[in-house]
Design a protein around this ligand. Sequence first.
Ligand code: ADP
Length: 402
Amino acid sequence: MYILVINCGSSSLKFQLIDSESEQMIAKGICERIGIEGSRLIYQRPGYDKLVTDCSMEDHKKAIQMVIDTLTGTEAGVVRSLSQIGAVGHRIVHGGEKFSSATLIDQTVMDAISLCSELAPLHNPANLTGIRACRELMPETPMVAVFDTAFHQTMPEEAFLYGIPYSFYENNKIRRYGFHGTSHAYVSERAAQVMGEDITGLKLVVCHLGNGASVTAVKFGKSVDTSMGMTPLEGLIMGTRCGDMDAAIIRFIAQKEGQTLDEIMDILNKESGVLGLSGGLSSDFRDLEAAYKEGRPEGQRALKAFAYRTAKYIGAYTAAMNGVDGICFTAGLGENSPVIREMICGYLGYLGVSLDREQNEKRGKELIVSSEDSKVKVLVIPTNEELAIARETYRLVKEACL
Ligand code: ADP
């Protein structure tokens, strides 16, 4: 069965068509600038050149129509008709406490996703727009919602509660939810396989290091703590997000700089992290690494702070699990940057972590990069959130057919 995986943002829509049997990607692409002038569709098939089509996409329905037309078209199509697409899997950012696993989408589920919108006001409404558009254009095709937060619903109370009045949790569900769950689940499972161990006996720390970055403690296959919080702002220093900081700073900035709450939140989300630390040099770690290697202080302080914070979380989660068997690196930076892995692992000598320098230089595939005598295995596991969503979608649709 072919599964269409959709990741719908406010002005973009990423898609992948995956064959559930072979687990191969058949085609993928992105619709950019939806609802904005200059919208275009970028489309790729393995073995073919990228196709870029400039076309007006005034809303997500038009974007999905474009995707369907391209997938079924005579020029670059990969399916004969829409009926060949057996199901659609939607990436949904926030499932609140309501969703601890993926679920088939019906009106009740859509209403529940809508209720979670106050926890993710930028993401969930956009995700729902994608669901509604697919529903109109492919009314007969089953759809599944796969939540970024679901994997972390196993966290115990002591890990998810904040030290604020308990009534805030009771009345408004203010708590840690965590994100990147699909990636943390996929990577921890793959890591166990690469280690040749059963995941139910392993203590793993998964570092998902991309523009957005989070660390998760995965004990015996379950998330027991994670660095992102009620929103994806908490935890690590990220590309443009600040991560952990003293909450009182917000009031201090408001007074000193005369900025509104919305303006400050914008700065913390979009102008902070390594971009802010590097004095605006870049949020892209490739630029920062180049500056670091040239000995420029902007690059040095940004990367050092990033690596230090990440290592601190690995230490904290080792304590939370009372030990660690494997540390996994994934996502753009985690998979591709030997320098960052080395900087982070440089703090972990007390755990008996030792890197194999030659292995650590390799990239692009699943690898053990720790040396033979390392007490803790260090792994690079390329994430594949789309495949994980396609697997969940296929599983649920198959179950529903039985
Ligand atoms: P997201 O999905 O959160 O947007 P990605 O997982 O695609 O992010 O990761 C993007 C980050 O990975 C960027 O900061 C980019 O600089 C970094 N990255 C990608 N390739 C490399 C590389 N070869 N060396 C260092 N950093 C890299």
